[in-house]
Design a protein around this ligand. Sequence first.
Ligand SMILES: Nc1ccn([C@H]2C[C@H](O)[C@@H](COP(=O)(O)OP(=O)(O)OP(=O)(O)O)O2)c(=O)n1
Length: 168
Amino acid sequence: MDGSCREARGRRLLSKSQKLETREQRGGTPGEFTFSADPSLEDIRRLQAEFVAERGWGRFHQPRNLLLALVGEVGEVAELFQWRAEPAARAGLPGWAPGERAALAEELSDVLLYLVSLAQQCRVDLPRAALRKLDRNRARYPAHRAHGSARKYTHYQDRPPDACGPQD
Ligand SMILES: Nc1ccn([C@H]2C[C@H](O)[C@@H](COP(=O)(O)OP(=O)(O)OP(=O)(O)O)O2)c(=O)n1
């Protein structure tokens, strides 16, 4: 893809993300919520890498710096939740103002952008790695044993299948 095609694609993705933000500001029923089909994680990696390269920031983006930046942004997400009454921390974030939802979308995006950058700098193919990890989680937490229970997987490994019920 040449430079002008890449820029046009970047603009299209940006205009889509602006529409998505409007949807986020409205809130909605959590069960009905889905992500947009694009951009892919690879699109986001590439756009962020271009953003960093255009500013000559590559030398700052060493893994440890990115990790610290990521943790800092996670802290900013936590700030938006701290001291809220319990109902406002439920799925769908009832009672959150549009501006607060927009602020959360920004902070979560900062987390994602630093996570993707960190994975790139550590040469981790994040989408594939996440799929592999999901496979591992499925194996560790068989649905018939873990259903309705928040216990750690080691609880299932240590016991025969009939030693505990699903609610145990
Ligand atoms: N060296 C840098 C600096 C910034 N960014 C990008 C990634 C984040 O998405 C965002 C972080 O920018 P800020 O450090 O300005 O943090 P905030 O956007 O959270 O601003 P504020 O702290 O005012 O909320 O910019 C980056 O990739 N590399």
